[in-house]
Ligand binder design. Structure first.
Ligand code: COA
Ligand code: AMP
Length: 628
């Protein structure tokens, strides 16, 4: 069948389409129907089913005779180790960890925070929660203690599972002191913590609260899989929004299983026995969906890579992993390829890659230069696909397992079944092809996408469903061409994308505003050759502040690092007298971005004082930006 036929099949009978896809999952009780629209515009899928995620990701493959097949390959250039875990070993390890958690009182519906680097134990912790029906929330290691504390207070975990440390090429990341500080800062306190001690740094445990990973599991009875309802939350993953309060995206169990399983064949053209590698981090949605769950649900071998695209040891690291582990489908962020291209512009370090079928890119706009470089040197289809934490899988892609559609550089191709994507004007009317607008998806969203935000249904409705009634607002702007290909051009909110990491400028502004000398501030994302965007702060100091500007800037940079974390990559700020605003007081961030990037811009009709833009321009020029 062609892509058009498959998409048409879904359009004609969406429920039939997803019920048929549900055939790829082992159910304790099969769903009698697909969609539950009784609370529209809030929708749920497969609500009356009973199922367990861990069973589908682990146990069923052992029963099917795949026990000796590698489930996880841990390839860690930062520790110079490799480790293979078969499906049978994974079943054993996960059921023991689940048994230990159960013995300490973790049951269905309890929240468990996981704060771990790229080690197989992170996946095992996720799967152990899934085995018990506990709801995990993984927090990325590049976040500071404060961000972890915010998440602890929002999802009130009964337990936290963490590693003693993570390893960045330049330093050891001390997870345990960050965890201790987060628990101190949080109002909610977990009952207990489980610490995976790494030999690179063994952490001090707090008696009574902390348990060492191995000791914790000694002598326990392994736990069986607990069936949960189809709409039971599988996990909560916090993502950046417009304000400093992160949004807890809820992932429903059954839809997640059905949709991810479908994508593995349709989009990634992989099945049982194939080796799949997503070079991301378990702390991001790509890591949840395509390092942990989808490849395991499909019976593939997943690669857990603890390293970087460059510097561990060089720009050939990715190609070494692909050849050594016989990777068939490889997924990374454009920024990682840009880093490789910068070190190896001629592609001299790229060997023949006989097992590689395709390269998939997502997380940010894939620039044409990077795609061309990859096409030229890797000799495989380069597939840009567009998705969000909220959806958990691709909204638009080139579905290689169905049909390899012609690639149009700059476009993540076409909508996937389940997504009726429309480009709307401010009034919510669809615009004609080629016209820029807000990208929205007609409700209901397909299985596996967010049904709500954790503890924040009103915020979900207000933030995603209210602006364009009957649609989910993606927060991205772009257009569709005459062939139905989508082009994702920019965000419509204050979210920026730095090295494939989604960050909130609003959250950074909240931190800067708390500095004692800062009266007012703004953060924008300026174009960056390597990271796509890079945050830049504008600081207006309190009247009468005599502090040297360089000192305040340095303190502000440190403050963002301490409060949000190194991942914010906030390294630049300038002191200005005033910020450009509309007459109603709205800061003209969009105009500042255009000036910084040296793009054409128009004087906003509503600007309060046009002269301020001259001051901003010269401040930006002082940083080497705003070049005509
Ligand atoms: N734990 C702790 N700190 C982390 C971290 C983690 N898991 N990941 C990144 N950091 C730190 C880095 O060490 C760096 O700290 P520094 O300011 O002390 O140097 C900071 O956060 C910024 O990191 P990053 O933006 O990643 O920059 P980098 O210079 O270290 O690496 C790239 C640049 C392009 C190689 C890297 O960003 C990359 O591989 N990006 C791909 C991202 C990706 O896969 N995203 C997933 C979406 S699909
Ligand atoms: P995240 O939730 O971290 O996955 O970030 C989602 C956001 O990243 C999207 O809303 C887009 O703004 C951006 N994004 C992801 N994939 C792409 C892509 N292929 N092209 C353009 N932007 C993308």
């Amino acid at each position: 069948m062609s892509y058009a036929q498959v998409y048409g099949q879904w359009q004609q009978d969406p429920e039939g389409f997803w019920l048929s896809a549900a055939g790829g999952i082992d159910w304790v009780k099969k769903p009698s129907k697909a969609l539950d629209d009784s609370r529209a515009p809030l929708y749920e899928w497969f609500t009356d089913a009973q199922v367990n995620t861990c069973w589908n990701a682990v146990d069923r493959h052992v029963i099917a005779g795949r026990g000796k097949q590698p489930a996880i390959i841990h390839d860690s250039p930062v520790t110079a180790t490799r480790h293979v875990i078969t499906y049978a070993e994974l079943q054993d390890r996960v059921s023991r960890l689940a048994g230990a958690l159960k013995a300490k009182g973790i049951t269905k519906g309890d929240r468990v925070i996981i704060y771990m680097p790229m080690v197989p134990e992170a996946l095992e912790a996720m799967l152990a929660c899934a085995r018990l029906g506990a709801i995990h929330s993984v927090v990325f290691g590049g976040f500071a203690a404060h961000e972890l504390a915010v998440r602890i207070d929002d999802c009130t975990p009964k337990a936290i599972i963490a590693a003693s440390c993570g390893i960045e090429p330049s330093r050891v990341v001390h997870y345990k002191p960050l965890l201790d500080s987060a628990i101190d800062q949080a109002t909610h306190k977990p009952d207990f913590c489980v610490i995976f001690q790494r030999e690179q740094e063994v952490a001090r445990l707090i008696p009574g609260r902390d348990h060492a990973w191995h000791e914790f599991q000694y002598g326990v009875t392994p736990a069986d899989c607990t069936p949960v309802e189809g709409n039971h939350p599988a996990y909560i993953l916090y993502t950046s929004g417009t304000t400093g309060a992160p949004k807890g995206v809820v992932r429903p169990t059954a839809g997640h299983l059905v949709a991810l399983n479908w994508t593995m064949r349709a989009i990634y053209n992989c099945g049982a026995g194939d080796v799949f590698w997503a070079a991301s981090d378990v702390g991001w949605v790509v890591g949840h969906s395509y390092i942990c769950y989808a490849p395991l649900i499909a019976g593939c071998t997943t690669v857990v890579y603890e390293g970087k695209p460059v510097g561990t040891p060089d720009a050939a690291a990715f190609w070494r992993v692909i050849n050594e582990h016989k990777v068939r489908s490889f997924f990374t962020a454009p920024t990682a390829l840009r880093a490789i291209k910068r070190d190896d512009p001629e592609g001299k370090l790229v060997p023949k890659l006989p097992t590689l079928q395709a390269l998939y890119l997502a997380g940010e706009r894939a620039d044409p230069d990077t795609i061309h470089w990859a096409q030229r040197h890797l000799n495989v289809p380069v597939i840009d696909h567009w998705w969000q934490t909220e959806t958990g899988y691709a909204i638009a892609a080139n579905p290689l397992g169905i049909e390899h559609l012609p690639v149009k550089i700059g476009s993540p191709s076409v909508p996937m079944p389940g997504f009726d994507v429309q480009v709307l004007d401010e009034g919510g009317h669809p615009v004609s092809p080629g016209t820029l607008g807000a990208i929205a998806v007609k409700l209901p969203l397909p299985p596996g996408t967010l049904p709500t935000l954790w503890n924040a249904e009103d915020r979900f409705i207000k933030g995603y469903l209210s602006h364009f009634p009957g649609y989910y607002e993606t927060g991205d702007a772009g257009y569709v061409d005459a062939d139905g290909y989508l082009y994702i051009m920019a965000r419509t909110d204050d979210v920026i994308n730095v090295a494939g990491h989604r960050l909130s400028t609003g959250a950074m502004e909240e931190v800067l505003a708390a500095h004692k000398d800062v009266a007012e501030c703004a953060v924008i994302g300026v174009a960056d050759d390597l990271k796509g965007q890079s945050p830049l702060g504008f600081l207006c100091l309190n009247k009468g502040s005599m502090r040297p500007h360089a000192e305040v800037v340095k303190e502000c940079v440190q403050l963002v690092r301490d409060q949000i974390g190194p991942v914010a990559d906030f390294k630049r700020a300038v002191v200005v007298d005033r910020l450009p605003k509309t007459r109603s007081g709205k800061i003209l961030r969009g105009t500042m971005v255009k000036i910084a990037d040296g793009q054409p811009w128009k004087m906003p009709a509503t600007i309060d004082d046009p002269a301020i833009l001259d001051e901003i321009t010269s401040a930006l020029q002082g940083l080497g930006l705003a070049k005509a």
